[in-house]
Design a protein. Structure first.
Ligand code: HEM
Length: 404
């Protein structure tokens, strides 16, 4: 496909209302559910807007996640250094059979049972941050006080990364995720974090312990005789970035959404069993990582009746799929009791989010504790003045002034 072909839209499209997908998605889904779109990288790709087509694509063996391949559709200008990374791609960019092997190595770290064991520590972290919030001045920025530090601390302790370095890694990751960052700056953020984790993994290799995930992976690799430093650095990178940015944004967006919908919030306050269903609905409504579900075809393949040719890029617009009336009745309503668990906000198929049990647990503890301990919490500025992240490949909030 060439750059001059006619396309129906140029991605990314902006969310006009901070609580809804870009309005163009509905039109695309109704008129041209599988259509050609232009991307900031200069590429063209297929955009999928129906839930079923997105699931079909993500579970098909004929699509690749290899982000280094020039056919992979990118939502940012192409990186300056694409092929010569010294580190091997991490889980999210691997294809079978390598992906299955690498995922099996680490999946045991994220089971519901393993996450349950983290619960008391996460509760303690949340309580300490709410103590500090209550003791500090009003209004306070919830992003700085709670949303960002809680998941950052949790993932640091799980991995064995010193939390003292949080400002450094948070700034690298926001540079990488911000769409307005120049390719040079994005590359610099990437390299700095890669080098930092390279050193950290090297230190851990000198004295690995069972106390953290990276130490346990090193010991496991040694036992099987398959030590792989580069793969471990890639894994640490992915888990550190995915483990804090995503959940942090969901904490902020979830808090505002619940405060804006007091009838729904009242249901959670009255019955804590409603918090988990509410989290599924919040994940569906916001679908913060909607372009994470991008691929390219490795063979000619038909999806939803359209022929996709080998080498074509495909973006499964999961935020459009999560608002498909075929999958969710009255999709624009925020209804914590709708039973939204079949959403694709965590993706679908082989690459479905590895950290989803951790994300759910963190969100559950945060919302239950926040609204119990600060029942009078409210947003301190008009909601339409809040700095929503329209400029990032992970949607969320840059800041959230609250008072009580
Ligand atoms: C994959 C979203 C939290 C680690 C994914 C994917 C999505 C996603 C959409 C699929 C990407 C694809 O299809 O290529 C989210 C959201 C989160 C969240 C919305 C929070 C609300 C986390 C956390 C962690 C994590 C807390 C780590 C502790 C990962 C990893 C993958 C992944 C490692 C790659 C899995 C694989 O390729 O096999 N996530 N994520 N995520 N996520 Fe998450």
């Amino acid at each position: 496909m060439t750059d001059v072909e006619e396309t129906t839209a140029t991605l990314p499209l902006e969310r006009k209302c901070p609580f809804s997908p870009p309005p163009e998605y509905q039109k695309l889904r109704e008129e041209s559910p599988i259509s050609r779109v232009s991307l900031p990288s200069g590429q063209t790709a297929w955009a999928l807007t129906r839930l079923e087509d997105i699931r079909e694509m993500l579970s098909s063996p004929h699509f690749s996640s290899d982000r280094r391949n020039p056919s992979f559709p990118l939502m940012v200008p192409r990186p300056i250094r694409q092929d010569d990374n010294k580190f091997r791609p991490s889980l999210i960019a691997m294809d079978p059979p390598e992906h299955g092997r690498a995922r099996r190595e680490v999946v045991g770290e994220f089971t519901v049972k393993r996450m349950k064991a983290l619960e008391p520590r996460i509760q303690q972290i949340v309580d300490e941050h709410i103590d500090a919030l209550l003791a500090g001045p009003k209004p306070a920025d919830l992003v700085k006080a709670l949303s960002l530090p809680v998941p950052s601390l949790v993932i640091c302790e799980l991995l064995g990364v010193p939390y003292a370095d949080h400002e450094f890694f948070q700034s690298c990751s926001s540079k990488m995720l911000n769409r307005d960052t120049s390719p040079e700056e994005r590359q610099a953020g990437f390299e700095q974090l890669e080098n930092y984790l390279d050193e950290l993994v090297t230190k851990k290799e000198a004295n690995p312990t069972e106390d953290d995930l990276l130490g346990r992976q090193i010991l496991k690799q040694r036992e099987s005789g398959e030590a792989d430093h580069e793969e471990l650095v890639g894994l640490a990178f992915l888990l550190l970035v995915a483990g804090h940015e995503t959940t942090a944004n969901m904490i902020s967006l979830g808090t505002v959404t619940l405060l804006e919908n007091p009838d729904q919030l009242a249901k959670i306050k009255a019955d804590p069993d409603k918090t988990l269903p509410a989290i599924e609905e919040l994940l569906r409504v916001h679908t913060i990582a909607e372009v994470a579900t991008s691929r390219f075809a490795t063979a000619d393949v038909e999806i939803g009746g359209t022929l996709i040719r080998a080498g074509d890029g495909v973006i499964g617009l999961s935020n459009a799929g999560n608002h498909d009336p075929e999958g969710f009745e009255n999709p624009d309503a925020f209804d914590i009791e709708r039973g939204a668990r079949h959403h694709v906000a965590f993706g679908f198929g082989a690459h479905q989010c590895l950290g989803q049990n951790l994300a759910r647990l963190e969100l559950q503890i945060v919302f239950d504790t926040l609204f119990r301990r600060i029942p009078g919490i409210r947003v301190a500025v008009p909601v339409d003045e809040l700095p929503f992240k329209h400029d990032s490949s992970i949607y969320g909030l840059h800041a959230l002034p609250v008072t009580w």
